[in-house]
Design a protein around this ligand. Structure first.
Ligand code: UDP
Length: 382
């Protein structure tokens, strides 16, 4: 069998790429070392609920092309992510908005909230002068002030990244909106939703008609009889969506990743555990960052009609060999090391590196799709 592309990784990037080149008549073989397709967006049915096995995935985008594209592969509901943050016995709405400010300070109007916020951020702004915030702590203090920082950001962020907020880049927190409206929508994007039936269905529809081999690592495949001898006879190009440092045998050193340990539990005869899909635990002393109650993603109006519930606690940890890598660590050391790997990658004319791991980038799903569509379009034109 001859293939145009060997696609390493049956996640979102690989599946979109395979589907797009297939439309143009190219053949791909997709391999994945896991025993399922979908990469980290894989969902599995448990007790009547589609469980986000590798952590919560909420689809959101402002890119109409991407939104139209995913809607061809699934029907999306009108889920809007509105996490609740729990700090000790207090509950706060997220992202930082009028509800949060009311809960914190009792303020009721945007002007009252702005006055209070000005008091809070004044000293931080003065200390900064004209310079840009150099780290996440400075960014947070000058954006939302000390109360929000200490109750809702510091503990959560230090658990999530295992680093002091002073040692983290400012941009991580820029993902979080600050609003003077009573709007608890976590995202600023125009389009948002959860695919009815789960994410795995999207991947299997994208991979329809493409050969897929599971439980097959890149290393093993390249050693197999099929790939031995003249690689060029079997496929023209490789699309690699695994870890870029692993591809190069860690020759320049290992990139760091953050990972999560998931503790998933079925609660029998509990039809509603926390009343929301996502509850963040922002204090440092509680070891997990958030609890996901999966049924609330898909069953917006009828969650309680499912008798049991499935919840997942997320414990962040440093990545060690054998773990699943989830988040690239965006600090200077890793950024510089990635750049060196990128230079090596640029010399590999027949390899396309894609996705969160292949490009060592804190990509959301919509950005992964966009990147895969662009890469496939460039290939089809070649
Ligand atoms: N964050 C925080 N408090 C929260 C939620 C998020 O301080 O209650 C910060 C934290 O630093 C986190 C970043 O905001 O890493 C981005 O959060 P997001 O929810 O976008 O992270 P993801 O869903 O990708 O894990």
């Amino acid at each position: 069998m001859r293939y145009d592309y060997l696609i390493v990784g049956a996640g979102l990037y690989g599946a979109v790429f395979a589907s797009e080149v297939k439309k143009a008549g190219y053949r791909s073989l997709v391999i994945d070392r896991r025993d399922h397709i979908g990469g980290n967006i894989y969902t599995k049915e448990m007790n009547g609920v589609n469980v986000h096995v590798y952590g919560a995935h909420i689809f959101h985008t402002s890119n109409k092309r991407v939104w139209d594209y995913v809607n061809e592969y699934a029907q999306f509901n009108n889920y809007v992510n509105s996490p609740v943050a729990r700090y000790k016995d207090e509950l706060y709405n997220l992202p930082f908005n009028m509800n949060t400010f009311h809960e914190l300070w009792g303020v009721r109007t945007p002007q009252e909230a702005k006055n209070k916020l000005d008091e809070q951020i004044g000293t931080a702004r003065e200390a900064l002068g004209d310079s840009e915030p150099a780290n996440l702590e400075q960014q947070a203090l000058s954006l939302v002030g000390r109360d929000v920082y200490e109750k809702l950001i510091k503990g959560y962020t230090e658990k999530q990244w295992g680093r002091d907020c002073k040692d983290l880049p400012a941009f991580i927190i820029k993902r979080l909106p600050v609003r003077f409206t009573y709007n608890n929508n976590y995202f600023n994007d125009i389009y948002q939703g959860i695919p009815i039936g789960g994410y795995t269905g999207i991947i299997s529809r994208l991979l329809e008609g493409t050969d897929v081999r599971l439980n097959c690592s890149f290393e093993e495949y390249m050693k197999s009889n099929e790939a031995k001898g003249s690689e060029a006879d079997i496929f023209d190009k490789i699309v690699y969506t695994g870890m870029i440092d692993e591809y190069f045998g860690y020759s320049l050193g290992a990139l760091e990743y953050r990972t999560l340990k998931f503790e998933t539990e079925t609660l029998k005869d509990v039809n509603n555990f926390q009343g929301n899909a996502v509850v963040n635990y922002t204090e440092r002393e509680i070891p997990f960052t958030r609890v996901i109650e999966h049924k609330h993603f898909e069953h917006i109006l009828d969650a309680e009609s499912i008798p049991d519930t499935v919840i997942t606690r997320e414990y962040p940890k440093e990545y060690e060999a054998g773990d699943e890598p989830y988040y690239p660590v965006n600090d200077e050391r890793n950024a510089a090391l990635y750049e060196k790997y990128r230079e090596l990658a640029n010399k590999q004319k027949n390899v396309i590196f894609g996705g969160r791991l292949g490009q060592y980038k804190y990509y959301d799903m919509d950005k992964v799709i966009e990147a895969a569509l662009d890469a496939a379009a460039a290939e089809v034109q070649r």
